[in-house]
Every structure is written in C-alpha cells, then in structure tokens.
Design a binder for this molecule. Structure first.
Ligand SMILES: [Zn+2]
Length: 174
C-alpha cells in the first residue's frame, strides 16, 4: 500500500503516528518517504573526573573546582579537571547552597529529559566565593517574579539518578 501524500509537515507527523509512514512533498514538489522507526538504547558512559560532582549532588553537596596554582586560584562554580585560565589541575571545594541570579531564560523547547516540564526556566547562578557561574534549572516560580539578582537556593533530588536533573534552584523566599 502506498503511504498517503502530504504537503504539510504537521500532517505528515499525524500520519506517522497513525500508520507509521508518509510521503512528504516539499514546496518544490520533491517527494520523500518518511517512516516511523522507534528504538531505545542503554547509553553507558563514564563521568570520569566529573564523578565527584554527581556523587556530591546525591549527598546534597554542590561542588565547584578551584585552580591549584597559588597565583591563579580561579574558582569555578562547575566541575573542571583543569583550570580554563592557566591550565593547571583543580581541586574540589564545596559551593554555598545559596546564590544570586546572574541571568535567566525561559526555554520553550528542550531535550528529552526536560520535555515534560517545558516551558522551563534556565538560570545562571552566581555564588560568593566563586569566579564563574552555574547553569541550572530554576523551578517553583512564575516568569513574572524572576529578576536579575534574585536570591536563589539549591534543591537536590531525594532520589538521585546521578544526572544533571538531580539539581535545581528555587527562589530563596526565607
Ligand atoms: Zn588557574
């Protein structure tokens, strides 16, 4: 059976959901067969030198990395095995759980892990004692109440999965 032909991509998507195949015709009349082919994989990979960061999240600790060079001493609010300023190795240090909003954006599209909570807010958080910022989700607030400089506090998943989703921030209303 020949798959139905469609000019509009939304119709193609609907047909893919129903029958699993469609022929898409673009504005120039060029046809291409599109099929639905579900697959799943187990993606086994190592966090290598970033591992302490994720293990820390599971214990409610937020770890940054500081340059071991005494002259440089740059303090990153993210895992870094080596200093991005001078190239020397770094050492772990614990960041404060409270910080301030450096900047933020509302995401209306997201990767698979975040689809259920789209639209969601992504924030850059500043900390006392750190020279760089952390990119993290900002939850439990509406867009209209967010502002640059807003005090925020870390939240850790009570059921850690060793993923970036184990951590998010919320407004510090205390
Ligand atoms: Zn350095």
């Amino acid at each position: 059976m020949t798959p139905p032909k469609f000019a509009k991509f939304r119709e193609v998507q609907e047909e893919l959901g129903r029958s699993g195949a469609a022929i898409f015709r673009d504005a120039a009349g060029v046809e291409s067969l599109v099929i639905r082919f579900p697959y799943a994989i187990d993606y086994i990979h190592s966090y290598a030198e970033d591992s302490p960061f994720f293990l820390g999240l599971a214990e409610g600790k937020l770890l940054g990395s500081k340059c071991t060079d005494r002259k440089c001493g740059f303090r990153f609010a993210t895992p870094r095995s080596h200093c991005m300023v001078c190239g020397k190795p770094t050492a772990w240090f614990e960041l404060p759980k409270k910080g301030r909003l450096h900047s933020w954006t509302t995401c209306h599209f997201g990767s698979e892990a975040f689809l259920k909570e789209t639209p969601y807010n992504l924030a850059l958080v500043e900390f006392d004692g750190a020279d760089s910022v952390l990119l993290v989700r900002l939850k439990d607030c509406v867009e209209s109440e967010i502002y640059v400089g807003m005090p925020v506090v870390a939240r850790f998943s009570p059921t850690p999965k060793y993923l970036v989703t184990d951590l998010w921030f919320v407004p510090d209303r205390a």
